[in-house]
Design a protein. Structure first.
Length: 206
């Protein structure tokens, strides 16, 4: 809709009220009105096309926040020369770890977990590769990983391979005898330390 006055024209309708310079030619006025109306239609179409996208983005964000609240959280402490008995949740008193205490109180405490090689290099390699030291080749501390996977069958220091070496034949017999005696001396519970847990459980939820 186009209205013409002495001070200028007013275009009303979809565009609301917008000032248009005074035009004497009726065709020119109609052309300006169509141009302005066309821009409004294009703008409304773009907005209509963007609405589903905006709704999808908002729903994705809301779903992500809801899922994050329900998902379990895993916190990994990786430190050099840190034993489980050094931490407060496991009875350590030398170095207070209050944050660990809070996490343990609200989560799960592993009281019967072991590592294949309790050293810094094998621990880092296991975290980076997802493989245990026997699989990734980083079995020794401060040593470069082996180029090939460790093969127990080919290891010359394995007991079954040492038997073929005359130098170690006598030692194997002594080892078998001494090892049995040593195991019997340990008893069923094995050696205890002042920081050992009295009754370890695989998983204990507090």
């Amino acid at each position: 809709m186009l209205r013409h006055g002495s001070r200028g024209s007013k275009v009303t309708g979809l565009l609301g009220r917008r000032a248009v310079p005074p035009l004497r030619d009726g065709r020119a006025r109609v052309g300006v009105a169509k141009a302005l109306t066309g821009k409004a239609v294009i703008r409304s179409r773009i907005t209509a096309m963007n609405k589903p996208l905006l709704i999808a983005v908002l729903l994705t964000l809301l779903a992500g926040r809801a899922g994050a609240a329900d998902a379990p959280h895993v916190v990994v402490f990786l430190a050099d020369d840190l034993g489980w008995g050094d931490c407060s949740p496991y009875g350590g008193k030398d170095v207070p770890t209050p944050n660990m205490v809070r996490l343990a109180a609200d989560g799960v405490t592993l009281t019967h977990a072991f590592v294949a090689s309790p050293s810094c290099t094998p621990s880092r390699a296991a975290r980076l590769t997802g493989l245990d030291p026997m699989r990734n080749g980083a079995m020794l501390n401060h040593a470069r990983p082996a180029e090939e996977l460790f093969d127990l069958n080919a290891d010359p220091w394995e007991l079954k391979n040492l038997a073929a070496d005359p130098k170690h034949a006598g030692r194997l017999k002594t080892l078998r005898t001494d090892l049995d005696a040593w195991m019997k001396a340990q008893g069923d519970e094995g050696r205890k330390t002042e920081r050992a847990l009295p009754n370890p459980q695989p998983m204990k939820k507090k």
